[in-house]
Design a protein around this ligand. Structure first.
Ligand code: UDX
Length: 436
């Protein structure tokens, strides 16, 4: 089947390349000529493990191409995916749907053959109805249906998540759309990935509810971690102990500096707005958003405490290892490192940082921070070393070298990747999350 993917950002590109890898004929469309030009030259606009190879293989196989021309890209496509951004609207936190609506209008103006238009972008409940209205009004003659098909891709593991999903959610009440979408996902269906058909509105809400629930889980264990530090318990044991209960599950119970990234912060806010609009407040999510925001700054204060408090911290130097919101991505969106760096520099602390992929984007977000060539360059002369993101490259640091280079052997491990007894045994003052 020919599939058109409108929007060649993170979601569109990964999904398009994976569909092509299944044997579909995929055209990825983007209005940014520079992006399309670089994709045609084999250069990825984002860092995602395995993506460049997957794209190259499928371009070579003639199943994947890129264009800025929407009319040409959607011509003859059986399914047209909308995978453009839905950022938080400045000021009110509502999802900004202007890109989605603009694509719907352009698709309507150029659609000549029957197609299922699928919203893959994360969109608030009711957006599918609006997309349907826009197309029907502009192009009443053409046969089309609008389905919702949210993505559940984690950055850094997006290709595996796409190819081995826990479930595929498809929201439509239209029989023809169901059969087209079944055909689109047939290769995964044969892998026994469950296809869950729901109404369009349920599907739209599933995406937000899933992300909000995961954010609740993380925030819950983060608060348990704070409690562990006070009562002398170990949050990793607590997480293991509760996670072994099948009703709770062990995933997303890693305590850390607070969640960031392109989805959880934006989607929890958008869910709150929908809940407010429909007069059905979701107080748990409200609390989660507040707790997570204040946690990021609290992590900066934790580092200041490790330096001996505010007065002692002024003029000292801190090395931040890891800046991206998680490893294996260059994404800096809502990364806890931003609030941590700001809290430190506001307190007169000098900050040096290293991240394997994120420094380019980080530079403009934290101009007062000195970026270094490698982890040991950041550590050089530091009064405290802070692990902010759990990149593999930081899991087995040469601690003797760190000790020699640093001015004082202080390690603050915000991801719990080191063993407290071992690190203390090497002469470090060590603090982590929810462990004493
Ligand atoms: C998330 C969802 O997992 C994915 O299904 C959705 O489509 C997009 O949003 P992503 O933002 O890429 O994916 O990363 P994820 O691995 O979920 O991590 C999000 C944040 O939560 C990161 O800041 C991470 O460090 C944090 N996190 C995650 C924790 O602090 N503890 C955990 O146990 C898990």
């Amino acid at each position: 089947m020919k599939i058109a993917m409108v929007g060649s950002g993170y979601v569109g590109l990964v999904s398009g390349a994976c569909f092509a890898d299944f044997g579909h004929d995929v055209v990825c469309i983007d209005k940014d000529p520079a992006k399309i030009e670089s994709l045609n030259a084999g250069v990825m606009p984002i860092f995602e493990p395995g993506l460049a190879e997957l794209v190259a293989t499928n371009v070579r196989g003639g199943r994947l191409s890129f264009t800025t021309d929407l009319a040409e890209g959607i011509a003859g496509a059986g399914a047209i995916f909308i995978a453009v951004g839905t950022p938080s609207r400045r000021g009110d936190g509502h999802a900004d749907l202007s890109f989605v609506h603009a694509v719907a209008a352009e698709v309507a103006a150029n659609l000549k053959t029957p197609a299922v238009v699928v919203t893959k972008s994360t969109v608030p409940v009711g957006t599918g109805d609006e997309v349907e209205r826009i197309i029907a009004e502009a192009n009443p003659a053409v046969r089309f249906a609008v389905a919702s098909n949210p993505e559940f891709l984690r950055e850094g593991a997006a290709i595996t998540d796409f190819k081995r999903p826990d479930r595929i959610v498809i929201g439509t009440d239209d029989e023809w759309a169901r059969s087209v979408m079944t055909e689109v996902y047939r290769p995964l269906f044969l892998n026994r990935a469950p296809l869950l058909f729901t109404s369009r509105r349920s599907s739209e809400l599933i995406k937000y509810a899933a992300n909000a629930f995961l954010a609740v889980k993380i925030t819950f264990i983060n608060e348990m971690a704070d409690l562990c530090e006070k009562v002398g318990a170990d949050v990793q044991d607590v997480a293991r102990g509760i996670g072994m209960d099948g009703r709770i599950g062990s995933k997303f119970l890693h305590a850390g500096p607070g969640y960031g990234g392109s989805c959880f912060p934006k989607d929890t806010l958008a869910l709150l707005k929908t809940a407010e609009d429909y007069d059905a407040p979701t107080r748990i999510v409200e609390a989660v958003v507040k707790v997570n925001e204040s946690r990021k700054r609290a992590m900066g204060r934790k580092v200041i405490d490790a330096l001996g408090g505010l007065d002692a911290a002024r003029g000292k130097k801190v090395a931040l290892l890891g800046l991206t919101f998680k490893p294996n991505t260059d994404d800096m969106r809502d990364s806890p490192s931003i609030a941590i760096a700001r809290t430190l520099t506001d307190a007169g602390v000098e900050v040096a940082a290293y991240d394997p992929e994120g420094m380019e984007l980080a530079r403009s977000l934290m101009p007062e921070v000195t970026m270094t060539k490698g982890p040991y360059e950041a550590v050089d002369g530091a009064d405290a070393v802070v692990i902010v993101t759990e990149w593999d490259a930081f899991r087995a640091l040469d601690l003797e070298r760190v000790k020699t280079l640093a001015k004082t052997p202080v390690l603050v491990d915000l991801r719990n990747i080191y063993d407290p007894a071992e690190v203390r045994g090497r002469g470090f003052a060590y603090s982590s999350i929810g462990r004493v």
